[in-house]
Design a protein around this ligand. Structure first.
Ligand code: SAM
Ligand code: SF4
Ligand code: SF4
Length: 316
């Protein structure tokens, strides 16, 4: 007998279904999608959430499509879990906005452009006006919230060849919509074929003086407006590890909609499936312990060596 050990941070792909077909995402190219089974849902609610302090709802899908979302949020609130959801906001109607904000959930909306034509060119099936309408209700709530309310809203912009010149407008859009900050990351190859990638990549654009000036201008503009903008470019990732271990294998679990279990969304290893095995036998099992030992002795997985996550070994 030994005390069971549970992760503190849950990263949950409640569904891999999506109503959008964005140009930079797997959904733009393949048709797929499923939601977690009732067995997985029950493990999350009854076994994992009670031990967790943080929960991120996001995967290659749209969490607001999952019909059990309310139960997951309710359990998170009950156990005082910090919650964050990343969403395309198309289904973020008043009811869902209230459910999330009342539970203190942080809402991150993927916008990519403040201009309707560009937004809908990148976010295929997206309806810019509908998302803006949904945000209007956020503005109303934000203005009527108590100062110490935990819920906040921020914007994720994936920079690519189609939108990189819109940073200043995006800062204005974020401020107008009462966003806490704007997080700008660079489009990554992920699942894109060569032709699609060549149309979106910033690899060459990034080297130009015009681009560098634009980033500086955006940073200065945000400072003047006292607004927070955070950049995360893939070329900024150090190839050498800056810390010896990352805590993911010990403290962070990623659960796919299929029930597969990993330690983060980057590492390509699956350590078991919750539809076939109980959580304890996966989390404290031989396969995952071997992965932990490899990291502890500095034998890193190739994905770890190029990790883009803020807490990975490539970040100091
Ligand atoms: C995969 S989506 C899932 C959540 C939700 N469907 C959404 O779009 O917000 C999570 C985040 O990944 C970003 N993303 C998708 N494909 C990407 C890529 N190729 N490179 C960088 N970020 C990407 C999206 O813009 C979004 O902010
Ligand atoms: S909304 Fe999110 S999951 Fe859906 S296609 Fe776009 S990036 Fe992918
Ligand atoms: S270093 Fe990055 S890829 Fe590796 S386990 Fe940690 S978070 Fe995952």
């Amino acid at each position: 007998m030994y005390p069971k050990i549970y992760p503190k941070r849950l990263h949950l792909e409640l569904t891999s279904c999506c109503n959008y077909r964005c140009l930079m995402c797997a959904h733009g190219y393949n048709s797929f999608g499923k939601s977690i089974s009732s067995v997985v849902k029950s493990t999350i609610i009854n076994e994992l959430i009670p031990h967790a302090t943080q929960m991120e709802l996001q995967g290659t899908g749209e969490s607001l499509l999952y019909d059990g979302l309310g139960d997951i949020i309710e359990a998170g609130e009950k156990y005082n879990c910090e919650m964050i959801i990343i969403t395309n906001a198309s289904l973020l109607d008043r009811g869902k906005m209230l459910m999330l904000t009342n539970a203190g959930c942080q809402i991150v909306i993927s916008m990519d452009s403040p201009i309707k034509s560009t937004y809908e060119k990148i976010r295929i099936n997206g309806d810019f006006d509908k998302v803006c309408n949904n945000l209007d209700y956020w503005k109303y709530l934000k203005n009527s919230m108590m100062e110490d309310h935990r819920a906040y809203f921020s914007i994720n912009m994936v920079l690519c060849s189609l939108n990189y010149m819109q940073l200043i407008e995006m800062i204005d859009f974020s401020i107008d919509n009462c966003a806490e900050y704007l997080f700008v990351s660079e489009v990554r190859p992920c699942v894109l074929d060569e032709i699609s990638w060549s149309k979106l990549t910033l690899e060459k654009i990034k080297e130009t003086e015009e681009f560098k000036k634009m980033i500086n201008d955006a940073q200065r503009y945000a400072e003047q407006k006292q607004f927070k903008i955070i950049f995360n470019f893939i070329t900024d990732i150090k190839k050498e590890h800056l810390r010896n271990i990352c805590l993911s294998p010990w403290e962070h679990v990623f659960i796919f909609a299929s029930g597969d279990v990993s330690v983060c969304c980057e590492v390509p290893q699956i350590f078991g499936n919750l539809n076939e095995n109980d959580f304890d036998s996966i989390w404290n099992g031989v396969k995952l312990n071997k992965f932990r030992v490899s990291m502890a002795v500095g034998e890193y997985n190739n994905k770890c060596k190029a990790c883009c996550l803020q807490w990975g070994i490539t970040h100091g």
